[in-house]
Ligand binder design. Structure first.
Ligand code: GLN
Length: 244
């Protein structure tokens, strides 16, 4: 039995629409696979060494909360990038995903500097993009559907055309409601607008993170879980949204 440790960045500020459910899902599935999982909160001005974690998770937050956390994140941006670039698994949702880019411009024209990890930027508009969403994503060399819920004023553009989106939109808005792209993917990092939360409804994505975490520890995850209920929930949502 191994113990996995996941950093939960700013749990009191960045946690919208049940984003914490992603951590409960990872923790539970790791337990069902016979392992242990600790979730360590990282708060404003906590001292932290990202190299000690198996995964990083940060949920969404409003413009106000984003403004509160981004300076703190910038303080240790180099350390964080070093780990992400080395393949540390990471999931950044909505407001957290937006902060990975060069900047975020709010609807009233205020600019918030991002971490600048990727050449993507976000411009916010008054009219929000809200609703259920279905994507086609490549996970473990297979194209699968991913379902979720989105609620954002920001329109994100992958300015660097070599950046890979997390998925392509089958129904919903995605990054900007225009180009059919959703999220960003880099090594073992996924940035996405999908709240909902993402992982319980998409167990293949949860297992993708679990296998990546395990591989980096030199551990093999054995056995399979019974995902009948999760798959049923996934299919129901998909059918309701796509009508097929
Ligand atoms: N403030 C951002 C937006 O509305 C992020 C909101 C969120 O995380 N749901 O675009």
């Amino acid at each position: 039995m191994a113990t996995f440790c996941i950093a939960h960045l700013y749990p009191d500020l960045m946690n919208l629409y049940g984003d914490r459910g992603n951590l409960i899902c990872l923790q539970k599935r790791l337990q069902w696979y016979g392992h242990d999982c600790l979730v360590q909160p990282v708060n404003l001005s906590s001292e932290v060494d990202y190299s000690t974690f198996d995964m990083i998770f940060m949920g969404g937050g409003s413009d106000r909360e984003q403004g509160l956390v981004y300076r703190d994140l910038l303080r240790r941006a180099d350390q964080l990038w070093k780990q992400l670039d080395a393949g540390l698994p990471a999931l950044f949702i909505c407001g957290a995903y937006q902060l990975l880019g060069t900047h975020y411009e709010s609807a009233d024209g205020k600019q918030l500097k991002g971490l600048g990890f990727f050449n993507l930027c976000t411009r916010s508009e008054k009219e929000r993009l809200i609703g259920n969403i279905v994507l086609a994503c490549r996970i473990n060399q297979q194209i699968i559907t991913v379902v979720g819920f989105e609620n954002h004023g920001g329109r994100t553009y992958l300015e660097d055309k070599s950046l890979e989106p997390f998925g392509m939109v089958l129904a919903g808005f995605g990054n900007n409601g225009e180009d059919g792209q959703e999220g960003v993917r880099y090594k073992n990092l996924i940035g996405t607008y999908l709240h909902g939360p993402l992982l319980p409804k998409n167990p293949a994505v949860a297992d993708y993170f679990i296998h990546m975490m395990a591989a980096r520890k030199g551990i093999e995850i054995t056995g399979t879980l019974n995902d009948r209920l999760e798959d049923f929930a996934h299919q129901q949502i998909k059918r309701r949204i796509l009508g097929s």
